[in-house]
Design a protein around this ligand. Sequence first.
Ligand code: HEC
Length: 132
Amino acid sequence: MRTQPLVRIVLVGGLLLAAGTATVHAADLSDAERGKIKFQRTCAPCHGAGPGSDGRAALPGTDALRLKYKGTVPALLEARTDLTADVLKGFVRRGSWSMPPFRKTELTDAEIADIAAYLAVSSKSGARTPVR
Ligand code: HEC
């Protein structure tokens, strides 16, 4: 089916309007809210709370940290109180064993600071990202 020019203009206009609105909303979010979205997309696939209700994780980041600290430090990043933006940046830029390093083109310093702001909140509120 061929779309009429007017229909096309209205469709493209609607898309542009939707994109503009989304940008305004993203700017309205707090550091911790932006950090939560970044954490869920970028870190939780390895550092999430893991499947199952028995508390056992099956994720590379969560499992490796469980083995590394043997319970002396929480295996979940969302439960840690010591991960400031500077500490996070050290691990995220260099990587850590099987964790890949992230370049500034993949994750900016501001985004790492947002994730640190989220971890400060989640460690107090008990918020956890389950794996879907
Ligand atoms: C591909 C999987 C993967 C992704 C994605 C990933 N990590 Fe990791 N991360 C790991 C693994 C595995 C370790 C543990 C390495 C080890 O054994 O020391 C780790 C370790 C860490 C540590 C070190 C903690 C400590 O005390 O040693 C921090 C901090 C960390 N990750 C933060 C992040 C953040 C923030 C993100 C998202 C931007 C992220 N990671 C994304 C797999 C991942």
